[in-house]
Design a binder for this molecule. Structure first.
Ligand SMILES: [Zn+2]
Length: 75
């Protein structure tokens, strides 16, 4: 029943600064693909709706790591 973590989308799904959370308007970090369409969430709201939405989500694209500017600290 584990379908998260290693999803390889066929289309580019990289979120940009133009993508906004559908709930609060902050920069979107997670894209949720539902049968009815896509939802974008910031990290906070992705967590808030995760339990409710993951059961019906076709795809859960978490890009919180790739968008974190402070994560670029490779030696
Ligand atoms: Zn939000």
């Amino acid at each position: 029943m584990s379908v998260t973590g290693t999803v390889t989308p066929t289309a580019p799904t990289t979120l940009t600064h133009a993508d906004r959370c559908d709930r609060c308007g902050a920069q979107a970090r997670v894209r949720v693909v539902l049968t009815s369409g896509d939802l974008l969430f910031c990290a906070h709201h992705a967590k808030a709706y995760e339990d409710k939405l993951k059961t019906s989500a076709l795809e859960w694209v978490d890009e919180t790591a790739t968008l974190n500017p402070t994560a670029v600290v490779e030696p």
